[in-house]
Design a protein around this ligand. Sequence first.
Ligand SMILES: [Fe+2]
Length: 159
Amino acid sequence: MSIITKPLIRELRQQFALDWNDIHGAPHWARVRLNGLLIAKTNSARKDVVELFAFLHDSRRQNDGHDPEHGARAATYANQLRDRFFTIDDVGFKLLQFACRHHSESESSSDLDITVQTCWDADRLDLGRVGIKPRPGRLHTEKAIEPLFLKNAYGRSLK
Ligand SMILES: [Fe+2]
C-alpha cells in the first residue's frame, strides 16, 4: 500500500500556491514517484521515502522559477505533516528531509545515501517537461543512467 493517501493529497493541494497541473504540480509529482519506484525496484532505496519525496519536494514552491528556499520549506512542512498524514521512523524521516532540503542544489557528493540518490534521480529524470534533457553525468543511480530507462523517462516527461 502506498504511503500517499487521499487526505495527504487533499492537504497538499489545498495549500499549494501554484497551478496544480503545471510544471511543478501533481503531474510532475506523479512522474517523479513512478521514476523513483522503478529505480527503487533495482536498489535498496526506501520506497516510502521516495514516494513522500515525490509529493512533497516541490509542494512549497512559491513560483515556477527561481525559488532557492523551496526545498528547505518542504523539509519544514514535512515535519508538520508527519503523524497527521503519514507515519515514518526517524531514519526514514531524516532521509526525506535531507532529500527535500537539498534537491535543487547542484552539488553532487559521492557518499549520498542510495535513497537520496534515488529521489534526486527520479526528479531529474523529469526535466524534459521544462526543455532539459537529463545528462547521465548528473545522475547517481545505475538504473537511471541505463540508456533505455533514461529514454523512457524522458519520453514520459514530455507528455
Ligand atoms: Fe521536482
